[in-house]
Design a protein around this ligand. Sequence first.
Ligand code: IMP
Ligand code: MG
Length: 218
Amino acid sequence: MGKAGEKSREDLQPGQLNARKACGKSGLAADPEDRMPDRPYVIDQMISAKEIAARVEALAREITAHFAGTDKLIVVGLLRGSFVFIADLVREIPLPVEVDFLEASSYGDALHSSREVRILKDLRGEIAGRDVLVVEDIVDTGFTLSHVLHLLQTRGPRQLKVCALLDKPSRREVAVRADWTGFAIPDEFVVGYGIDFAQRNRNLPYIGKVRFTEGTGP
Ligand code: IMP
Ligand code: MG
């Protein structure tokens, strides 16, 4: 048997149906409660550490040029997936930078297409009248980013821009896009460089896709 996304619809239990809906072809959900972490899997490299480093440098150059002359750029990392990306990115931005974090969590619902996004940890600082850059790991359906942007917009920043490491355009349900994107990727469940599968694999230096091995021989 192949990966979860190749199962026929009839093979799926209701919980898995929800998971498939939440994360498309990969059959994995962004919500850890919908995940199946005990199934054996391997990780196939998709984007090398070297490719990431080169892209981060290019993104930082564009962001620096855009915010040139700012008195202070507030870089807002969305926890937890962006922590590696934001660490590399800010070190390539030679501007006065303040780093803050926000944690949002989105919950899928099997019956409704809308998603509830909750703020689990808010910013420590004020952003009114400030130049703000939101840093996200992956824009998937777009619910999380859209919710966070609406929230931050109500606080009256001078500028509110977004840099996302990864984008899955084929998964979009809400019309939202990052101002800067590292890589557009297909509808695969990815891990590494801060991004997790059930809290695992965040420490991989590259980005890889999860491939289940269950049922295939050694
Ligand atoms: P959205 O609200 O559907 O755009 O969800 C975005 C969030 O879901 C990202 O910030 C990730 O935390 C998570 N996510 C989406 N795709 C993946 C993936 O392939 N691997 C790990 N987490 C993912
Ligand atoms: Mg995230």
